[in-house]
Every structure is written in structure tokens, then in C-alpha cells.
Design a protein around this ligand. Structure first.
Ligand code: PRP
Ligand code: URA
Length: 220
């Protein structure tokens, strides 16, 4: 089954630049484990990593390709494709670091939500040289109000990254965050594994999974 922008949230239809992973039995089971408050940190890491792999694979499916001819060991010419441009990952720290994959060049943007107001604050950005010529996988597991993602996208644009070369990969998205990001940026793509109901009064995603960064990096 291929991913499309039909949603797993039946009360919300996202814009066409949002791609939701198909809700297979596997994905639903993985999401259920990481949502469970009784899941220990080891399992939370293990099962989140499995969803992250699915997201990265889906992200790579959205990169453009160009024709490429190769010669196989049988001496035949085969006409296939290769990726059109180089990619890099940019994680929104701290939680986004959980989504870094070993093989791609990585940049980092440190943005933290104020715990009282939920307003994002930008502290630091270190991006690879030449990022303006690359496709960027922007990595953050949680899209709540959208404030952190919008700040991170603004940083990327200020470094010359083209908006249509940004793929924002995320585990759980709130409709509020999707609306905030897509109403400002219509050319990038959001790839998510699930669209939840919404936000609570503390701007946490519900049903959600709590604080992803705490559960991945610091819970006992
Ligand atoms: C979390 C999450 C996102 C942000 C989402 O990070 O990883 O970056 O909140 O919320 P928003 O859409 O309302 O901006 P947080 O600032 O809590 O820091 P952390 O990564 O250290 O947990
Ligand atoms: N950040 C998280 O880790 N979880 C939420 O629900 C919202 C922001």
C-alpha cells in the first residue's frame, strides 16, 4: 500500500501537501505502544525508531529522480533512475535528534517551547555548508501548535533552502499545527505517521504520547 494524503483522522482533511503514512496493522500497533504511558524507555526508543524508519523511507519516496543508465554484471544496459539532488537531515533539538539517521549529513536547530506559554524560542542553528543546494529532511517527532516548526523553516529559508525542497518528517501531528505550518508554507511537504485530535489547554497533543523528548531521552 502506498502513502497518500487521505487521513487517519476522520474529522479533519489536511491540505494536499500533507502525506499520512497508511495506517497498517503494524503502524497502529507501533503507535499504540509508544502512546502507552506504561511503556518503558527502552521500548519507547525501540518502537519509536521503527516508526521513524518508516517515515524516512516514505520521505525518500518523495524525492525527485532522473534517468540513469548502468551496466549490469551480465553485460546488459539497464535504464533506471538516481536521486536528482543531494539530501541532508536537520533536526529540531532536542526531540528531533531521535530521528537522525546515520547516513545523511546533519544540521541542528535548537528550539525550545516555553513550558508556560508554549511559545518557541530559537537558541542555536548549525547547518551544513551548501545546504541551499540540498533537499532537507526536517526532523521533529511532534507537531503541536506548529510554532517550533515554523521557526525552524524560517531558519532554513534564511540559509537559502528552497521551500519546495523541504520535507518535514514527524510522528504525530495536531490539526492546529498542520494548519499553522501549511497556511504559511504551501510548497513544502509534511510527512506524518498520524494526525491526532487536537491540543489540550497546555498545548500538548491529545491523545498524543506526552513529552516525546522526555520519554526518549530521560525517562527511567
Ligand atoms: C517539542 C517537540 C517540538 C515542539 C512541538 O519540543 O519536539 O519541537 O515541542 O510543539 P509546537 O508545535 O507547539 O512548537 P520541546 O520544545 O518541548 O523541546 P524538546 O525537544 O527538548 O522536548
Ligand atoms: N511536544 C511534545 O513532546 N508533546 C506534545 O504533545 C507537544 C509538544
Amino acid at each position: 500500500m502506498s502513502a497518500n494524503n487521505s487521513t487517519n483522522n476522520h474529522t479533519y482533511t489536511p491540505p494536499s501537501n500533507v502525506v499520512c503514512l497508511p495506517l497498517t496493522n503494524q503502524l497502529e500497533a507501533l503507535l499504540t505502544i509508544i502512546r502507552d504511558k506504561d511503556t518503558n524507555r527502552g521500548d519507547f526508543i525501540f518502537y519509536s525508531d521503527r516508526i521513524i524508519r518508516l517515515l524516512v523511507e516514505e520521505g525518500l519516496n518523495h524525492l525527485p529522480v532522473v534517468e540513469k543508465k548502468v551496466i549490469t554484471p551480465t553485460g546488459c544496459e539497464f535504464t533506471g533512475v538516481s536521486f536528482k539532488g543531494k539530501i541532508c537531515g536537520v533536526s529540531i533539538m532536542r526531540a528531533g535528534e531521535a530521528m537522525e539517521q546515520g547516513s545523511v549529513r546533519i544540521g541542528k536547530i535548537l528550539i525550545q517551547r516555553d513550558e508556560e506559554t508554549a511559545q518557541p524560542k530559537l537558541y542555536y542553528a548549525k547547518l551544513p555548508p551548501g545546504i541551499e543546494n540540498r533537499y532537507v529532511l526536517l526532523l521533529d517527532p511532534m507537531l503541536a501548535t506548529g510554532g517550533s516548526a515554523i521557526k525552524a523553516i524560517e531558519v532554513l529559508l534564511s540559509y537559502g533552502v528552497k521551500e519546495d525542497k523541504i520535507l518535514f518528517l514527524n510522528l504525530i501531528a495536531a490539526p492546529e499545527g498542520i494548519q499553522a505550518v501549511t497556511s504559511k508554507f504551501s510548497q513544502l511537504k509534511i510527512i506524518t505517521s498520524f494526525i491526532d485530535q487536537g491540543l489540550n489547554e497546555k498545548k500538548f497533543i491529545i491523545p498524543g504520547l506526552g513529552d516525546f523528548g522526555d520519554r526518549y531521552f530521560t525517562w527511567p
